[in-house]
Design a protein around this ligand. Structure first.
Ligand SMILES: Nc1ncnc2c1ncn2[C@@H]1O[C@H](COP(=O)(O)OP(=O)(O)OP(=O)(O)O)[C@@H](O)[C@H]1O
Length: 365
């Protein structure tokens, strides 16, 4: 009997344990098969079976938590104003997606978080290591060092030694997975081992869509059935991926940040397709609406959207042709923060809210 997989220190008496083993009844069977069928299969008495089922059900009942007992912790972005607007920073124990077009700064923000997670808790870090899983090109270690070098500028009131990281690469595990098979293997088997061996506070997956786009794509010009099959397989794999990451993030109190690519969004005639159409409604969870200059759609569709707790979009501003480093960081949806557009800049120190915005949002900062 496999009860020890679910609860510790629960033992069936010898008679029932032998009966369940002989009838090949496991814990799930015990809780799901009709008790009369169990009675026939195991030759145990019905009232004894009911008693055992009640005991096991009680032990497996989810622990109740009231909202006030749930304490949400966050990893700092390294910018107090950005953290304030995100209502704390990057949530721990949840999945956060950062989507945006190429060059919008997704990897920059991910690398920045790999530095921040190493900081002491007093500065919003978790004093833990990061895992950076890349699917396209490896981690830019030179940039990682540059970001770490600017920590004293980010925390001017701190003693320099408190925010000094001599070798930021020492606490960032980097893994390159160039195809879907290695990606699945790494996330399912290697990542849990890393979590057991070291104190990990952040997992970055940069970017999630690359391998799915290459291997399980929707391609109308080929067989329609292959397309449908690919969509179903992809949905299944994405659900599994999110579930493993969510489980690890909760169990080990880590933040999980996933970079996602985008494709162009075509404006549609809503008079024709209706306001209840998915195309119209999706503006609220995709991040870009038709009023944005170059509307986009995050890759991987609805299944993935449903698996992500927080979606942040990095949007190149209309004036980014003149001021190249300007971006809008949009909270698309989040359990912690309202939808909001935050003007940010990408500079040598990483992503930050420019001074004039800081002054406008809080004159004390
Ligand atoms: N050392 C630096 N100093 C200032 N800005 C930088 C520096 N390095 C990169 N950038 C900025 O970051 C942008 C690139 O960001 P990043 O590589 O994170 O994009 P991305 O969204 O991850 O793109 P992709 O999807 O193609 O990987 C550049 O356009 C540049 O403006």
């Amino acid at each position: 009997m496999d009860i020890s997989n679910y609860v510790a220190n629960f033992h069936f008496d010898e008679k029932h344990a032998a009966a369940f083993d002989n009838a090949d009844v496991n814990t799930i069977d015990l809780l799901t098969i009709d008790v009369s069928d169990l009675e026939k299969r195991t030759n145990c008495k019905k009232d004894e079976l009911i008693q055992i089922i009640q005991q096991v059900s009680l032990l497996l009942r989810p622990k109740r938590k009231v909202a006030s007992q749930i304490v949400q912790s966050f990893l700092t972005t390294g910018d107090p104003v950005l953290d304030q607007k995100l209502r704390g920073g990057i949530p721990v124990g949840q999945l956060t997606e950062i989507c945006g077009e190429s060059g919008s700064g997704k990897s920059q923000l991910c690398m920045q978080l790999c530095i921040m997670v190493q900081l002491p808790r007093a500065f919003g870090g978790l004093n833990k290591a990061a895992v950076f899983i890349s699917t396209e090109s490896g981690l830019e270690t030179k940039r990682l060092f540059e970001l770490a070098k600017y920590l004293p500028d980010r925390f001017p009131e701190a003693e320099e030694s408190d925010v000094f990281i001599r070798n930021p690469g020492d606490r960032v595990y980097t893994i390159l997975c160039p195809d879907l098979e290695s990606q699945e293997h790494i996330i399912q088997y290697q990542l849990p081992i890393l979590f057991e061996r070291d104190s990990i506070g952040l997992v970055v997956l940069d970017s999630v869509a690359a391998n799915y786009r290459a291997e399980l794509r929707y391609n109308r010009s080929k067989s329609h059935y292959t397309d449908l099959n690919n969509i179903a397989t992809r949905g299944n794999q994405l659900g599994k991926l999110a579930s493993i990451l969510r489980d690890l993030s909760r169990r080990y109190e880590a933040a999980v940040v996933i970079a996602n690519q985008v494709s162009d969004r075509l404006t549609r005639d809503y008079d024709a397709i209706g306001l209840f159409s998915l195309d119209y409604q999706s503006q609220w969870f995709n991040g870009w609406d038709d009023l944005d200059p170059n509307p986009k759609i995050p890759s991987l569709g609805l299944v993935w959207t449903n698996n992500v707790n927080t979606r942040l979009a990095l949007i190149k501003r209309a004036d980014s042709a003149t001021v190249k480093a300007r971006r809008t960081l949009r909270v698309v949806y989040s359990p912690n923060a309202a939808r909001i557009d935050i003007p940010v800049l990408i500079g040598s120190m990483g992503i930050f809210v420019p001074k004039e915005e800081k002054d406008a949002s809080n004159p004390l900062l």
